[in-house]
Write a protein that binds this ligand. Sequence first.
Ligand code: XMP
Length: 514
Amino acid sequence: MQQKIIILDFGSQTTQLIGRRVRELDTFCEILPYNKFPADDPDVIGVILSGSPFSVHDPKAFQVDLTQFVGRVPVLGICYGAQYIAHTGGGCVEHADSREYGRAHLTTVDTANPLFRGFETGSQVWMSHGDTITALPAGCHTIASTADVQFAAYASDTQPLWAVQFHPEVYHSLQGKQLLKNFVIDICGSKQQWSPASFVESTVAQLKQQLGNDRVILGLSGGVDSSVCAVLLNRAIGDRLTCIFVDHGMLRKNEFQKVMDAYQGLGLNVIGVDASDKFFADLAGVTDPEQKRKIIGRDFVEVFNAEAHKITDARWLAQGTIYPDRIESLSITGMTIKSHHNVGGLPKEMHLQLCEPLQWLFKDEVRRVGYQLGMPERLIKRHPFPGPGLAVRILGDITRERVRTLQEADDIYIESMLNYICDDGECLYDKVWQAGAVLLSTVRSVGVMGDERTYEHPVALRAVTSTDAMTADWAHLPYDFMARVSNEIINKVRGVNRVCYDISSKPPATIEWE
Ligand code: XMP
């Protein structure tokens, strides 16, 4: 049995954060759309209702049948969740005179209640709501108040039901972690059994059962997700896993060989396909970024499918899809559920079934699983790299010559980052989310080398800090590092006579230039 907490998502921006907090308590959880409670799942030990952009009075407000779980397992309503429980239980929710946003302090708190064990009076919480509860439902009592919010938290007298109008999941609720710990561990009875080791053990057992003697195909990219997925499957089914790694010719310098060597060192059965001629031929003369992406995407599917078809007895296609890729959160503007993120290219006529063993993991959990599997640190800590590779880092059309030039500049930059050790002992590469060089091949500027005038291209260096690539800031790299890298690139890379550093954040810029 895998104990789990279900988080029902009513569209709040902090729902994922609730999920992270629960996982930090070594407890498995699933975030599901508000109306998708798995009524037949015996492993559910508790339910959390998230916040929402709606008021409970909004005609479009999301409704859920609380009887599916209230009284069966412990329930915690947060913000809208708390107001929804009050509203449907006969309490009263009204528009607040002054919207309650930001910092507040619990002026009274019932520390004898298991939800608030370990709390202090005055504890700072974070409010974010336009409505407020003005009367509790029958059979409930207040367990915390702030100066402005009488019913900041309440509990049922008879059922395992709690509700808080503040957000315990956000950092600014200073004892929020304690509250979630009280709920998940003490109230729901989590045995805190989720760990990378237990994940590997249970997933390998599950994969063995699911896949039997079937053959599985997996597309490798060199990235951490697909690599961890491959090693996990290899543990379960050994050589019945065939990995396909396509070289489109726009990887980093020597990367195809380096990654192939690393995979073989891990005992994976990998077919490396050099399809660079096809990609370069199809990209010749194409300058539009979207057009480039489309061609690369289409060619990739063609090459992958041609290889996959050679494995005639394959029954499954495995993918390294992770939780943030597929999370079915609510799109607040469109009111639609995001469609499952499926990295295109499933060869339909092969009738392959999809196998996604990492589908419940967050990125840092994938990395922890990678360590657990004994994978090399450099593979696990590798920066994200775009599918179309250096093609989206070369302005204008793509030629082998331009790719070679960029590979040289990029290699100097990245190797220097790996070799630059910061004061705390960590290398600069590990301090940033992602770094790479961009060849501004549509731009030329004048320079002088020796006694000669040059008229060549600039290279832009990009390095960003981020947690999820949705937003990013430019990394403040040390000046001595930048000076050294600039010198080395200009001196060693033919065709480049100038180096710039990109100081744009995302938004409004993006991480990649194209
Ligand atoms: P942007 O440029 O949109 O990138 O800020 C966000 C993150 O996604 C990566 N990226 C891609 N990854 N195929 C991929 O597999 C792509 O076409 C692609 N475009 C961007 C980018 O490197 C960054 O980590």
